[in-house]
Design a protein around this ligand. Sequence first.
Ligand SMILES: [Zn+2]
Length: 86
Amino acid sequence: MKPRHRKCRCCGQWFSPQPHNAYHQRYCAAVFCRQASKRASQRKWRRKNPGHFADKDHRLRVKRWRENHPGLEEDARQMPSEGKRY
Ligand SMILES: [Zn+2]
């Protein structure tokens, strides 16, 4: 049996999860709680992908690449993601 109401992890208020995302909704619809939810999922993602953004070498490489390829960044953005292997 599915509970109809959930307690928000952020503010502790009871709320009714949306049917289409009830399986993962842990926060109510308040703006602050949605932001908290986003932050939490980003933290989770970063835990799963350690060093993805914290990698200084990577950032430096990107910076150098941008300096060496002025104007190409826009083109790269048009390309389908994951299609950046040359
Ligand atoms: Zn809340």
